[in-house]
Design a protein around this ligand. Structure first.
Ligand SMILES: C[S@@+](CC[C@H](N)C(=O)[O-])C[C@H]1O[C@@H](n2cnc3c(N)ncnc32)[C@H](O)[C@@H]1O
Length: 220
């Protein structure tokens, strides 16, 4: 399975605590989905789910766990490759008795391309993706035309992608990239009450960053 040549994530800051390592060891088998070159049967994983939603880049997973608990009728697949966060979210699932949330440790480009059937997701959450503020790093920003094509293929017609960022230039760039795609319609929205403040967002708010939420729908 081929990973993208340009990484949208940083491999720094991956120091893992003993508790997070232990959680990964004990719980990944229970609450994780192994990476494989096989499309997942999402209905078998979440037989009663009304909607199946993927969160991309959940970080330490605090908002992810709250959203899954708030909406037990939906099934959630959380994708990241930051080992401490994987361990932390696995612990949250176990401690909270959360039944509708599974974790995949891999680059989301690989997960979407090789593990997700076309037109099978009802929604995608992308909260506070790495902003890559330096111009020379803009190519690392996950929201680009290739990513939107991939997401559009995996969303059901009418399915949504909800993004949030605390970096205004990235919000403007996201709007531009979406507006250039024929596959999406939508735009900036007020922050929905149900979206918890994430850890990364809290750090941005402490620095007086302005947060932008964007909601787009896969055209029919
Ligand atoms: C800035 S953090 C935000 C985390 C969290 N959403 C929050 O708001 O606190 C971005 C996260 O996206 C993850 N990430 C970046 N590129 C990714 C990719 N290609 N596949 C999966 N996760 C990715 C990083 O590992 C990191 O945990």
């Amino acid at each position: 399975m081929e990973r993208p040549s340009i990484r949208s994530y940083s491999i720094r800051g991956t120091r893992i605590t003993e508790a997070q390592r232990a959680a990964k060891r004990a719980l990944q088998e229970i609450h994780g989905i192994p990476v494989a070159n096989n499309k997942l049967d999402l209905r078998a994983i979440f037989p009663a789910a009304e909607k199946i939603i993927m969160e991309i880049g959940f970080g330490m997973g605090e908002a992810t766990a709250i959203i899954a608990q708030q909406s037990p009728h939906n099934g959630y697949i959380a994708v990241d490759l930051h080992p401490p966060g994987i361990g932390k979210l696995l612990s949250r699932i176990e401690d909270g008795g959360i039944k509708n949330l599974k974790v995949i440790e891999e680059d989301v480009h690989v997960v979407l391309r090789y593990m997700i059937h076309d037109a099978s997701l009802d929604g995608v959450h992308l909260y506070f993706p790495d902003p890559w503020p330096k111009v020379k790093h803009h190519k690392r920003r996950i929201v680009n035309s290739g990513f939107l094509d991939l997401v559009a293929t995996k969303l059901k017609p009418g399915g949504y992608i909800h993004c949030a960022t605390d970096w205004v230039p990235y919000a403007i760039s996201m709007e531009e990239v979406f507006s250039q795609s024929e596959k999406f319609s939508g735009g900036v929205i007020d922050k929905p009450d149900w979206r918890p403040v994430t850890r990364f967002e809290g750090q941005g708010l402490d620095k007086d960053h302005r947060v932008t939420d964007l909601l787009y729908f896969r055209k029919q």
